[in-house]
Design a protein around this ligand. Structure first.
Ligand SMILES: Cc1cc2nc3c(=O)[nH]c(=O)nc-3n(C[C@H](O)[C@H](O)[C@H](O)COP(=O)(O)OP(=O)(O)OC[C@H]3O[C@@H](n4cnc5c(N)ncnc54)[C@H](O)[C@@H]3O)c2cc1C
Length: 386
């Protein structure tokens, strides 16, 4: 089916929605993005864009923006969080792996979507999605009723379209919380993502914006999460206390964090049904993941490309959407499971932790490329190549 002039409505102007808007509009579709927020804002935080996500940005002709906004990564390094000693270094210097500010990626994608002809309409909170007729019908909070020939749900973890496709599923707390903070970066900091591992907790940190800022994500295991809000400001002292046994370098960074956000990490299982008739979901709406492989945004970019490509190739939209789920589901499930396993490995304690760290150290000496090549199926996969 040619996408030329095809009307498409996308719910949500996050990474998935904006990337899909550009991908579809570049192929001639007439795209409208409906976003509930009053502005395209992002909390200050970093993102790691790995080669598989970078390949999509390049194919969307946004490679130059990626290079300007993204700091080229030299390595990912696992460290003992208490002793600040290296455990394993994965060299990324020959890979297109970058550290970006989330707000910069959103700005690049929003500008990319608009310049390709997509319209982004703010303050459009969708309350219901009805898939019972031939065309999907939406109602907004303001009471407007919108019928659309093709509906794409990029509305994240609390997706209304996912609910309409897959039924309501309960969000489960993963027993982990994540603090996020940005601090000024020390001059000449290496462009390395350092993972400081400790018992039941870890910190990930890397420089951003040409090395001016330092991104900090700190994860702690917790039995309960009682806040109603799933993201909120927190007292920086809570963060400092949680990591008071960590090495001075980490503690010094946390001392500088004066604005801190706290997330309870919640999950839905990967959705069983990603499409029906003329509607489909992508990104976190379809397969929310824990952040321990830094792949949520990268998978969203891959989804957006494949969705546009399959719709473009198919004789009918229904066939294109079915081909899209078939092309994506197994890979996304595998990545989500690998991220779950990483959470466990980072938080080991006692003799198990000593043994695992020793094995990683020895492995890193004997076969330094192996640690990274184990993840080639994630990073070296290029959805734009076929
Ligand atoms: C601590 C942490 C660190 C992370 N680090 C990384 C990383 O380094 N690399 C990486 O690849 N991923 C990372 N991720 C994951 C990544 O942030 C997400 O997977 C990604 O943002 C998902 O994008 P999305 O567009 O699918 O959803 P979202 O970003 O959630 O966007 C959904 C959009 O839909 C809008 N919306 C929702 N409901 C409605 C409605 N009813 N009506 C209208 N609009 C609506 C929302 O306002 C929002 O703009 C991290 C996540 C966390 C929590």
């Amino acid at each position: 089916m040619s996408l030329n002039g095809q009307e498409i409505t996308i719910l949500g102007a996050g990474i998935a929605g904006l990337a899909a808007a550009r991908a579809l509009a570049l192929r001639g579709a007439s795209v409208t993005v409906l976003e509930q927020a009053e502005a395209l804002r992002e909390v200050g935080a970093g993102l790691q864009i790995s080669p598989n996500g970078a390949a999509v940005l390049r194919a969307l002709d946004l490679g130059r923006d990626l290079e300007t906004a993204g700091l080229r990564a030299q390595a990912v390094e696992l460290r003992d969080g208490l002793a600040d000693e290296p455990i394993l270094r994965m060299d990324l210097s020959d890979r297109d792996y970058r550290f970006l500010h989330r707000a910069d990626l959103i700005a690049i994608l929003a500008e990319g979507a608009r310049s390709a002809g997509a319209q982004i309409r703010l303050l459009q909170q969708i309350e219901t999605v009805d898939l019972s007729g031939e065309s999907p019908v939406l109602t907004t909070r303001q009471g407007a009723r919108i019928s659309t020939p093709l509906l794409i749900g990029a509305d994240g973890l609390h997706s209304k379209l996912r609910e309409a496709l897959d039924g309501a599923s309960k969000l489960t707390f993963t027993n982990q919380v994540a603090w996020r903070a940005l601090i000024p970066c020390e001059t000449d900091a290496p462009s390395v993502a350092e993972v400081f591992m400790g018992e039941g907790r870890h910190v990930v940190s890397y420089p951003l914006r040409g090395g001016v800022l330092r991104n900090i994500v700190a994860i702690e295991e917790r039995r309960r999460w009682t806040e109603e809000s799933w993201s909120m400001r927190d007292d920086p002292m809570e963060l400092r206390l949680a990591f008071e046994s960590f090495a001075p370098r980490v503690r010094n960074w946390l001392e500088q964090a004066d604005q801190v956000w706290l997330w309870g990490l919640f999950r839905h299982p990967v959705a069983k049904t990603w499409h029906r008739g003329r509607a489909a979901i992508l990104g976190d709406a379809a397969h929310p993941t824990l952040p321990f492989l830094a792949q949520g945004a990268n998978m969203a970019l891959e989804d957006a490309w494949v969705l546009a490509d399959q719709l473009d190739k198919a004789a009918r939209p229904e066939e294109g959407l079915a081909a899209y789920q078939l092309a994506r589901e197994a890979r996304c499930r595998r990545i989500v499971e690998a991220a779950n396993r990483n959470a466990h490995a980072y938080h080991l304690s006692g003799p198990l932790r000593d043994a695992a760290h020793l094995a990683l150290k020895i492995g890193g000496k004997i076969a330094p490329r192996f640690a990274l090549s184990r993840f080639d199926w994630v990073y070296q996969y290029d959805v734009t190549a076929s």
